[in-house]
Ligand binder design. Structure first.
Ligand code: B1M
Length: 239
């Protein structure tokens, strides 16, 4: 048995445990990640802190070594799988707000792109903030977005892209909405590591969201503006 196998995660203090979880994520050790998440929760950590400090930060480190050619696709897939194990534990906790529904969002990763961790995180955080989320998955063509919008009638359309080669597809989707005359029916929010504010503006989105927390804040602010103008419309009709 190796030294690693002997390691009792619960004997580590918080800082050591988080460090160990970064290493375990790097090594794609799903069970250890799940155990680490449970230990931190038992110690009274907020689910959001476990998510950001232990999991997202660990994945950031994986991303750097992937970029630098130190890690390859199979290893990164294992890390992603371990991250998903941890996220599955946190998901119901983040969603457990009992808040009234804030609005509805359809979200999906664009065509040609199979990255879904960031999108899943956004979905979780939006659910946690009281939004109803319809996640249409990865590799979505224009037709998939249009069909989902028609079926679910959301307030918000969210699109995610992690590749510089797939992010321009967001414009294709937004142009299709314009052609159909339904662009203004939805708040369009976009996100993903290679995007920025200027890109969001250039493709005609309502806003670019740097991370999941910003996505929640942006969605909330658009919903309150929408509700405000609906109310103003009702008042004007009553005058
Ligand atoms: Co990929 N990959 N990958 N990959 N991968 C990147 C994106 C890359 C930057 C790595 C690198 O070189 N450093 C690079 C892209 C380079 C570029 O475009 N210029 C890259 C590459 C090249 C590739 C392949 C082409 C590799 C290959 O096959 N040779 C291939 C492409 C496959 C495809 O999509 N067609 C590929 C494959 C993979 C895996 C399958 C191995 C795996 C994905 C597993 C999965 O998602 N199920 C993978 C991973 C894991 C990564 C990195 C390491 C991590 C991405 C991630 O999950 N980050 C990534 C490196 C990096 O980004 N640093 C990389 C954690 C996540 C929480 O952050 O997704 O940014 P992020 O989401 C954030 C925000 O961006 C924002 O909120 C989220 C939470 O805070 N956000 C939104 C995201 N979407 C949003 C939507 C919104 C709002 C906010 O809507 C409202």
């Amino acid at each position: 048995m190796s030294e690693e196998d002997d390691l009792d995660l619960s004997s580590l203090n918080d800082e050591e445990l988080v460090q160990q979880m970064h290493d375990d994520l790097y090594d794609g050790l799903k069970e250890e990640i799940e155990e680490g998440v449970n230990i931190l929760l038992e110690r009274g950590w907020q689910p959001y802190d476990v998510l950001t400090k232990a999991l997202v930060e660990g994945m950031r480190i994986v991303g750097i070594d992937f970029r630098d050619g130190i890690l390859f696709v199979p290893e990164v897939l294992m890390a992603a799988n371990a991250m998903k194990g941890g996220m599955a534990i946190l998901r119901p906790l983040l969603a457990e707000t009992g808040a009234p529904k804030m609005g509805k969002m359809v979200i999906g990763t664009v065509k040609g792109d199979i990255h879904d961790i960031g999108k899943n995180l956004v979905s979780m955080m939006m659910e946690g903030a009281g939004f109803e989320v319809v996640d249409i998955g990865i590799n979505n063509a224009v037709e998939d977005y249009l069909a989902a919008l028609e079926e679910h009638q959301p307030d918000i359309l969210g699109m995610s892209a992690l590749l510089t080669t797939t992010m321009p597809y967001m414009k294709v989707v937004i142009e299709a909405l314009k052609e159909k005359g339904i662009r203004s029916d939805y708040v369009v929010l976009v996100g993903g590591a290679p995007l920025n504010e200027a890109f969001g503006e250039a493709v005609g989105a309502d806003a670019y969201c740097r991370d999941a927390a910003v996505a929640v804040e942006t969605a909330k602010s658009f919903m309150s503006r929408r509700q405000g103008s609906a109310l103003a419309g009702l008042q004007a009709a009553g005058d």
